[in-house]
Design a protein around this ligand. Structure first.
Ligand code: NDP
Length: 429
């Protein structure tokens, strides 16, 4: 890797100093540096007004950087947009541990998105399928003609499949045609929707049915990203806990998340803390990633953890995560939000598969950090200090006494705005 490691003191710097550090290490050009220094210009009002309807303003989130994230022999400075304290810190911590042991490894399969065309009004759905199968070549040709640019850049239709359902309330049988489309570096929702609409009249003509729905499926289970990491016990020890104890308790926690949907939901939420924050930072549709993740987690009929943790032969801890991640590095809101372009530049990522791999690794890292805390001293200790910072902020603690207010707030055991206000008064009088 030719990317420079950022100093571990990054978190102790001021916002302006952090921007300078990223610039000095070559992660920012002058323009991007200037862009973040003028933080207020992140998304122009007139751009926002064109993105959605009835715009009255812009709503800000903090963006932090998880530093020196090691993936596939490369280092990434990972932008995270999130309102929850401790997500950025947890990821930086996991990065530091993993870095000493070969880092994270991840890969993403072909970026395939499925489009669905629902056909109804068929006298004989099975015979209709046979007619469509016999005409597959002309259907494929029509699909490819609807996306010439995508075909030219190496994407396009990869497969056609057929699925039958009974209509529970309509009483009408339906045949659903799936178009499996490689959308390259785009998330592909709009593109796949267009192809479904373009092909539907031909499908109707061939089988004599009526096409009702023509839309992508968010269950992108052919665009899977897989991440893994191995950590030696020596690095897992926490105050009062040996590395072996932490390892074994992480494996116990992971087993519960595989067996129990109540735990699995929380386990997966922790994974999404990282995935969503990076999705937001890169302008991706996090609802679609969320929808896919949870549907995939329940694919065998029971909702389960997306990741699992095991003991390797030599006693190390091994974690593995597989989930659908259909993201884009072009299209969507990516071109209209300049912060998104700045973040893709910071990451040095232009291909969707690389971004999907990083997202999976970030999800696994977030999962590890949460499990390590849960398996040792619990998450509240670390969480509460960070929570106290938000509460001190909400109580308008002046910056010269801010750290002292946070300290006393944590010591008080009552992390509330009223307590913070009392502490501020005490310090000031
Ligand atoms: P766009 O509609 O912006 O389309 C992306 C286009 O970029 C492609 O179709 C392609 O057009 C062009 N392009 C240029 N370079 C590349 C490249 N290297 N690889 C691939 N395409 C390239 O975005 P999407 O189709 O990705 O749609 C994503 C958006 O759709 C998201 O914002 C999402 O919120 C929204 N959406 C989501 C839905 C859902 O999830 N259910 C439903 C509807 C919308 P060309 O081939 O013509 O050059």
């Amino acid at each position: 890797s030719n990317r420079k490691t950022l100093h571990r003191k990054f978190r102790k710097l001021s916002v302006q100093e952090r921007l300078q550090a990223l610039f000095d290490a070559g992660y920012f050009d002058h323009e991007t540096h200037q862009f973040w220094q003028d933080g207020g210009t992140v998304l122009q009002e007139n751009a926002a007004d064109r993105m959605i309807e009835n715009v009255v303003g812009r709503f800000a989130f903090p963006q932090g950087i998880a530093v020196n994230f090691p993936l596939n022999g490369q280092i990434y400075q990972v932008p995270l947009v999130v309102e929850e304290p401790s997500v950025v810190a947890a990821l930086s911590f996991a990065a530091l541990l993993a870095e000493k042991n070969g880092g994270f490894k991840a890969a993403a399969s072909s970026p395939i998105l499925i489009g669905q065309v629902q056909l109804t009004g068929l006298d004989d759905p099975l015979a209709a399928e046979q007619k469509l199968r016999a005409a597959q070549e002309s259907i494929a040709r029509a699909a490819q003609q609807a996306m010439p640019n995508m075909v030219a850049r190496g994407g396009g239709l990869r497969d056609i499949s057929f699925h039958h359902h009974d209509g529970e309330h309509s009483g009408r049988a339906m045949l659903v045609v799936h178009l499996h489309i490689d959308t390259q570096d785009a998330m592909g929702a709009n593109m796949v929707n267009s192809v479904c609409e373009a092909v539907a009249p031909l499908l109707e003509t061939i089988c004599g049915g009526e096409a009702v729905l023509k839309i992508l499926s968010n269950l992108a289970d052919e665009a899977l990203a897989r991440a893994e990491v191995t950590l030696p016990c020596s690095q897992l020890a926490a105050p009062g806990w040996s590395g072996e104890q932490v390892r074994d308790r992480i494996i116990l926690a992971s087993d519960l998340a595989l067996a129990d949907p109540y735990r699995a939901t929380t386990h997966n939420k922790g994974i999404m803390n990282g995935v969503d924050a990076l999705a937001l930072a890169t302008g991706n549709d996090w609802r679609s990633i969320e929808a896919a993740a949870h549907a995939y987690a329940a694919r065998d009929g029971q909702y389960r953890a997306l990741s699992h943790w095991t003991k390797t032969e030599n006693g190390d801890l091994h974690g593995e995560l597989t989930m659908p991640i259909k993201v884009g590095t072009v299209g969507g809101s990516l071109q209209t939000n300049p912060a998104v372009l700045a973040n893709l530049k910071l990451l040095g990522i232009s291909r969707a598969q690389e971004l999907a791999s990083l997202m999976a690794a970030v999800g696994l890292a977030q999962n590890f950090a949460a499990l390590r805390a849960l398996a040792s001293n619990g998450i509240q200790q670390g969480h509460m200090t960070l929570h106290a910072r938000s509460v001190a902020l909400a109580a308008n603690a002046p910056s010269e006494i801010f750290d002292e207010v946070v300290k006393q707030l944590v010591a008080s055991g009552e992390i509330k705005i009223e307590t913070a206000q009392q502490i501020i008064q005490q310090i000031q009088t």
